[in-house]
Design a protein around this ligand. Structure first.
Ligand SMILES: Cc1ncc(COP(=O)(O)O)c(C=O)c1O
Length: 460
């Protein structure tokens, strides 16, 4: 990160950028490309991405040099041969900074020695290890859900859980802002998928009542997240579970972003809302707090585990979590539940609140509640792209999120905080981010902080 003076782009450069067309358009316009040749019809999207890259407004598919840490070296896509730029990193998800914890590294080394680098089989065949079995047990204890099934990714856990349980005649009622893995799982399982308004349990009740008024024969799965990944907000879990009981529906909560990073002992939103052991199905990912790829589904029912083992494709037909991954998660889990973990969570929350306060001082608008995810609302994609370009050039790495990560017109800079960020990085980073966003808005004639965000629009 450079000194606090941000180098604003010259008006002529902005005019050139606007004229190039690199700020216009969206991935959405390429989603259903037409034409008989499946390969040829992908070319328009690639050309549009190249145009953006040529003008520095393609901040995707970047690569880290070294471990994810509060200060990192980053390469733009396709720049393997050139020097990486170094700066403050708000774009990695390593919430408790466990990816660089010596005990996690030692656990990985020991597992490599004990069991080798991979699982060499699906979990239903011979892919389990002493470490993966111990991990299932430890997770079950933390969640107070005895029966845990592991998956090679969190994506696979979400998709696998839904497709294993829901059949063509069943229904899925899912939050409109739920992660793509959940929505794609729902759409793969049944055509009866209904989106409910974000966090609106009144709407969930209406939808459940309407379904049950005409169908008492088939199942209903209600799907939500413990902490929403792009909005950093939480549903009322006791009420959601109560509604499910009332209408004979089943609740699935994705705790990918909150487990480990929030709540007593790292028990996440479930622990914070007194719902440990009280939610029908819990699924999560290890990729945010637990220093590894991988995911899980947990419930009180052994029969659910059996269903996952034999019908969840990403569990059954994919190599199991490797012993090294299982060891990293197991050790991370031990730290999460220790007093050291409590200290790391305190540091994370302090950092998140400090970053929000620093951004507010620059006139920026963060949405959601204090957690590792700090979404800076922008709305307009062009402003997000230009601000992202300025920040990358200045050595501040953020994820400028637009469709398909979020709906059209709902762009934001998603900042992810780690326990290891230092106050000076947060202060200086926030100042640079504030300056880049207001500079981009002024250059393009849009006031980002004033743009309404969808929930305000919905409320009128
Ligand atoms: C809410 C949520 N669920 C599931 C996933 C998928 O997890 P993974 O990246 O570990 O496959 C993610 C990751 O982006 C997520 O944000």
């Amino acid at each position: 990160m450079h000194e606090e003076t941000i180098v604003f782009e010259r008006a002529a450069d902005i005019a050139g950028l606007e004229a190039s067309g690199a700020l216009r358009g969206s991935v959405a316009q390429f989603a259903q490309a037409r034409g008989p040749n499946l390969i040829r019809r992908t070319e328009a999207l690639d050309a549009w991405c190249r145009l953006r890259a040529a003008h520095g407004v393609w901040q995707y598919a970047r690569a880290l040099d070294g471990a994810p840490s509060p200060e990192s070296s980053v390469r733009e896509e396709g720049e393997a041969a050139s020097a990486a730029s170094r700066g403050v990193n708000f774009a990695s998800q390593d919430y408790l900074s466990l990816a660089s914890h010596p005990a996690v590294h030692e656990a990985a080394r020991a597992a490599l020695q004990e069991a080798g680098p991979h699982s060499a089989g699906s979990a239903i065949l011979l892919g389990n290890s002493r470490l993966s079995l111990a991990l299932e047990q430890a997770l079950g204890t933390l969640l107070q859900c005895e029966h845990v099934t592991l998956f090679p990714t969190g994506w696979g856990a979400a998709f696998g859980a839904i497709t294993a349980l829901v059949h063509a005649r069943d229904y899925v009622v899912v939050d409109q802002l739920a992660h793509a893995s959940l929505r794609q799982g729902a759409n793969a399982a049944t055509r009866n998928v209904v989106l409910h308004r974000h966090l609106d349990s009144g709407h969930v009740r209406e939808l459940l009542a309407a379904i049950r008024a005409r169908d008492t024969e088939n199942g209903i799965l209600v799907v939500t997240e413990g902490l929403f990944s792009m909005d950093a907000d939480c549903p009322d879990l006791p009420l959601m579970q109560h509604l499910c009981r009332e209408y004979n529906a089943t609740l699935l909560v994705d705790v990918a972003h909150d487990l480990g990073a929030l709540g007593p002992n790292g028990s996440g939103s479930l622990g914070l809302q007194g719902m440990l052991g009280k939610v029908d199905l819990v699924m999560g990912a290890f990729s945010k707090t637990f220093a590894s790829n991988g995911g899980f589904v947990a419930s009180a029912s052994h029969a659910v585990k059996r269903q996952m083992q034999l019908f969840a494709g990403p569990h059954l037909f994919s190599n199991a979590l490797s012993p090294v991954q299982a060891a990293c998660v197991l050790e991370s889990l031990r730290i999460v539940e220790s007093s050291e973990g409590e200290g790391l969570r305190d540091a994370l929350l302090r950092n998140a609140m400090a970053l929000r306060a620093n951004l507010a001082e620059t006139g920026m608008r963060c949405i959601g509640v204090p957690s590792a995810i700090v979404p800076l609302w922008i709305g307009n994609e062009q402003v997000a792209r230009l601000a992202g370009r300025t920040l990358a050039r200045e050595g501040v790495f953020v994820n400028a999120v637009e469709y398909p990560g979020v709906p059209l017109g709902a762009a934001r800079l998603r900042l992810q905080v780690m326990a290891g960020h230092r106050p000076a990085q947060l202060r200086q980073g926030a100042r640079m981010i504030g300056a880049a966003v207001s500079g981009a808005g002024a250059a393009l004639g849009v006031e980002p902080a004033r743009q309404p965000w969808p929930r305000e629009r919905a409320r009128g």
